[in-house]
Design a protein around this ligand. Structure first.
Ligand SMILES: [Mn+2]
Length: 320
């Protein structure tokens, strides 16, 4: 896989915005970009996966789907991929995305079928051959975990992996996975770590909904980390803590606007437990949008960056 790594190491200074599970919601993506732009030149942005695959049903039929809370939208995954790619090339080393199970579906993972029978096939049909090939390359290069010196572990789903050291993640091949069983964690807990098959590990890492508090400690302690933060599940209130070391967040999908949450963190700080993540400080509502005068970074009054202009892109042009 060349220089591709499954583990992203975040810097030890600057601000970090974190959002998860956009599922093709372009309006929420642009709201997030507005937050990012208030951070100025030391801002970083991390997506915890599932950028893509949103509802493709007529807006007036939303009431027929009880899981579709919030303001109706139509999937705009192609525009989000273009936007993320544009942000990454405009802000090198400051914009990151982790692999979610919906991205994984494009490179051999289980085909997701929340809105159509095969969401990966449906999106690739919209993208066309050239852009689908770009998408596979992009997804294959996404890391699974991000670690920050401030004590945080980020992942898409619950980080259900007892690693002795984080480089063990590199054994994973995204093309090989085992679908997790409901008892996978128990089996894993009692098994010898060295024997854990990398394919089983990948399945657990992309699909586990949460960890028991004791297991979270066993995951984090060997890595010298204090807190894990992930998405994947819809939390109607926007976030939920489990014990002292886990925060599940919901930024977009399945949410009412008023409850959508993002994180705004100080990479130079220390976060010893979930109580260090305070509503209104580290846990920030996605809406209302930040005004020009309010900045997440109280030390920085750098001028705002211009908005997204699709002028230069590493991604081929998308068909309408
Ligand atoms: Mn997911």
């Amino acid at each position: 896989m060349g220089t591709r790594t499954k583990l992203l190491r975040l810097p030890d200074r600057g601000r970090l915005l974190v959002a998860t599970d956009l599922h093709g919601n372009l309006r929420d993506f642009l709201a997030l970009v507005a937050h990012f732009e208030t951070l100025g030149s030391d801002g970083h942005l991390l997506f915890l996966g599932d950028l893509i695959h949103g509802p493709q049903i007529p807006l007036e039929r939303w009431p027929d789907y009880p899981n579709l809370r919030g303001r109706p939208y139509s999937d705009q995954s192609p525009a989000i991929l273009l936007g993320v790619s544009e942000l990454m090339s405009r802000h090198p080393g400051r914009v990151f995305a982790l692999l979610g199970n919906h991205e994984h579906a494009h490179i051999g993972g289980p085909r997701t079928s929340r809105f159509v029978r095969d969401e990966a096939a449906a999106l690739e049909q919209r993208l066309g051959i050239e852009n689908s090939s770009w998408l596979s390359e992009f997804v294959a290069g996404l890391p699974l975990w991000a670690m920050a010196p401030c004590g945080l572990l980020f992942s898409h789903a619950a980080p259900a992996a007892l690693l002795n050291e984080p480089n063990e993640l590199e054994r994973i091949d995204y093309r090989r996975y085992d679908r997790p069983r409901s008892d996978a964690l128990d089996a894993y807990r009692s098994s010898d770590k060295a024997d854990l098959d990398a394919a089983a590990l990948l399945g657990q890492l992309l699909w586990s909904k949460s960890l028991p508090p004791l297991l979270a400690r066993q995951v984090l302690d060997p890595l010298g980390l204090t807190l894990c933060i992930y998405g994947h599940s819809v939390i109607p209130a926007g976030y939920q803590t489990i014990g002292a070391q886990q925060l599940i967040m919901s930024s977009s999908f399945g949410m009412e606007d008023a409850y959508k949450k993002i994180l705004c963190l100080d990479l130079a700080a220390k976060y010893p437990s979930v109580t260090a993540l305070r509503l209104g400080h580290e846990i920030v509502p996605l809406y209302p949008l930040p005004s020009a005068s309010s900045s997440h970074d109280r030390r920085d009054t750098a001028p705002q960056q211009p908005g997204i202009r699709p002028t230069r892109s590493t991604m081929p042009r998308i068909r309408a």
